[in-house]
Design a protein. Structure first.
Lengths: 314, 250
């Protein structure tokens, strides 16, 4: 659906996107993840033709963006980062205008507008002025606009930014529903969001794609170790010293809890090391109340990947 | 073409809904009223009725106010879209940038022409109450020529204001830049045409001073070279605006 090859974008002061290539297949939901300023928005703007790349080729649905920009735009529904809308217009007016602009014929327009309003939960607010709507509703108007011409590809730039947790859940639910019929590329810097919605993750940092895989695979690829969590009652210095001495254990974090308890998080070479830990606790006469294996969060993965990319670059 | 109409409808709606439009309209109509009173005063003091259209269209109150009024109408055209980010939403739909620029141009020009509508009321009043002696008002030819002048000069001014608006995301900057360009060329034209003794300067001034052109139009003089000057200059400025909007994508 999307084929980006060796795309570079330079701004006067800096290199925003540096020789990026990736592909998105039809029907996929792909999360575009990266810290702020990593080049997500720039890449999306180039895909939609708002910005022009300095080098490289972009193909959407088999059309080259340079030679057939209108064909490409016809097939893309785009929700820009800040969700720009005409605040003085009413919701109905706005969607009607956008549908007309995107070439939805008069015969189909009313049905189309009503359909997207229903899907985005806007039926009640059709007569309201957009400027008086809450951020959550505006975001939905933006989404409805992206959908109104029934595009094959949806590009959503930070679709949940600025929403409250309840609205975030609603928007995610909507995206999941949309995924049944559309190819979706969405960007975010919120990690749980990609895990919640996306099948595949593209990680971009400092203008370069540093990883592209499912989230499970990314975990597996990065972490040959497992994450263990333990709570013991012991002196902090003693515990750290003893754990350091153990082969295959690497303490990540150690916090004091109330009542002399310590909370320790560590990387272990294998899950079987838990028995060694238990033996240690018994031998030292400490008290133990928790010892579990945990999942690495995507956050850890992300930090690790960007870190590795940086080291690789140096 | 369809997209152009769609954009034009939107543009007109925005234009007539914006509060600044009504403020501009109010002040322009006050000026026009003042101009009419001044005209009546002149006529009452023995000015021939022949000069009525001249004063109606080419009165100094109005001529000097145009470099301020027009940038106030055009300042929001692109600057607001840029600031609000809606330009991104527009340019990612399958529209042609030329259609966008033209729709904004004609929308603003239409609003500007609406500002001029009271002129017909004034003309009606003059026609109704002018003494039916040897020369009658209105002189339809002069009225038509004057209107043509309003459209042509207004077109170029609006195009320049639009170009300034396309260069920035700040409406104030757009308005002041438009004002600066229009006022400088306006004054340069007037000074060259009326205050220099240098014949080349005078000729040049007469060639591009909109004040002189308006004065001629209002007397019923329609010069083809003036028409061509306005049409080509407007087209050129609009083309520049299209290129500016395109180039900001780089």
């Amino acid at each position: 659906m999307i084929k980006v090859s060796n795309v570079t974008k330079k701004y006067p002061a800096r290199l925003a996107v540096d020789d990026v290539s990736f592909e998105v297949a039809r029907g996929e939901i792909v999360g575009f993840l990266g810290p702020n300023g990593a080049g997500k928005t720039t890449t999306m703007r180039m895909l939609t033709g708002y910005l022009e790349a300095n080098a490289g080729d972009i193909e959407v649905a088999g059309f080259n963006l340079l030679t057939h920009p209108e064909e490409v735009r016809r097939r893309i529904g785009y929700l820009p980062e800040s969700c720009p809308l005409y605040l003085e217009m009413r919701v109905d007016e706005y969607l009607w205008f956008r549908a007309e602009l995107k070439g939805v014929g008069l015969a189909a327009r009313r049905a189309k507008v009503n359909d997207v309003k229903e899907r985005c939960g806007l039926t009640e607010v059709g007569k309201r002025i957009i400027g008086q709507l809450s951020k959550g509703y505006r975001q939905r108007v933006g989404l409805a606009d992206a959908l109104v011409h029934d595009p094959e590809l949806l590009i959503l730039d930070e679709p949940t930014v600025g929403l409250d947790p309840y609205q975030i859940r609603q928007v995610r639910e909507l995206i999941r529903q949309l995924a049944e019929e559309h190819t979706i590329l969405l960007s975010t810097h919120i990690l749980p969001e990609v895990e919640a919605v996306c099948e595949r993750i593209l990680i971009i940092n400092e203008g370069k794609i540093v990883a592209s895989d499912t989230s499970e695979n990314l975990h597996r690829m990065l972490h040959s170790t497992v994450l263990l969590e333990m709570e013991v009652q012991a002196k902090k210095e003693d515990a750290l010293m003893e754990l350091d001495a153990l082969q295959g254990i690497n303490v990540r974090e150690c916090n004091m809890l109330a009542g002399g308890w310590l909370w320790i998080e560590m990387d272990a070479a294998t899950p079987a090391l838990r028995t060694r830990l238990f033996d240690l606790v018994v031998a030292k006469g400490w008290r133990l109340r928790a010892l579990t294996e945990k999942e690495y969060s995507l956050e850890d993965t992300f930090v690790e990947i960007t870190q590795r990319a940086k080291e690789g670059a140096v | 073409m369809k997209i152009f109409w769609c954009l034009l409808k939107k543009e007109l709606r925005t234009c007539f809904l914006s509060p600044i439009a009504f403020v501009v309209m109010f002040f322009f109509w006050v000026l026009m009223g003042g101009n009419f009173v001044w005209l009546l005063y002149q006529l009452a003091n023995g000015a021939p009725i022949l000069t009525a259209t001249q004063l109606l269209f080419g009165g100094p109150f109005i001529s000097f106010s145009l470099p301020i009024v027009i940038p106030l109408i055009t300042m929001r055209l692109f600057a607001e879209e840029r600031k609000m980010g809606t330009l991104e939403a527009l340019l990612t739909t399958p529209l042609k940038i030329s259609a966008l620029v033209l729709s904004k141009f004609f929308g603003a020009l239409f609003f500007y022409l609406v500002l001029w509508l009271p002129i017909f009321i004034f003309a009606f009043i003059l026609a109704k109450f002018s003494p039916s002696t040897e020369i009658v008002f209105p002189d339809w030819g002069a009225l038509f020529a004057g209107s043509l002048g309003v459209v042509l000069v207004g077109g170029l001014y609006v195009a320049i204001g639009l170009l300034m608006s396309s260069l920035t995301s700040n409406q104030i900057v757009a308005a002041i830049a438009g004002f600066a360009v229009l006022f400088c060329t306006f004054l340069a034209g007037v000074f060259l045409a009326y205050t220099t003794a240098n014949p080349v300067g005078r000729m040049l001034g007469h060639y591009f001073s909109s004040y002189t052109h308006m004065y001629d139009f209002a007397r019923g003089i329609v010069n083809t070279h003036v028409i061509i000057f306005y049409l080509s200059a407007t087209a050129w400025v609009l083309f520049a605006a299209v290129r500016v909007v395109e180039s900001k994508r780089l």
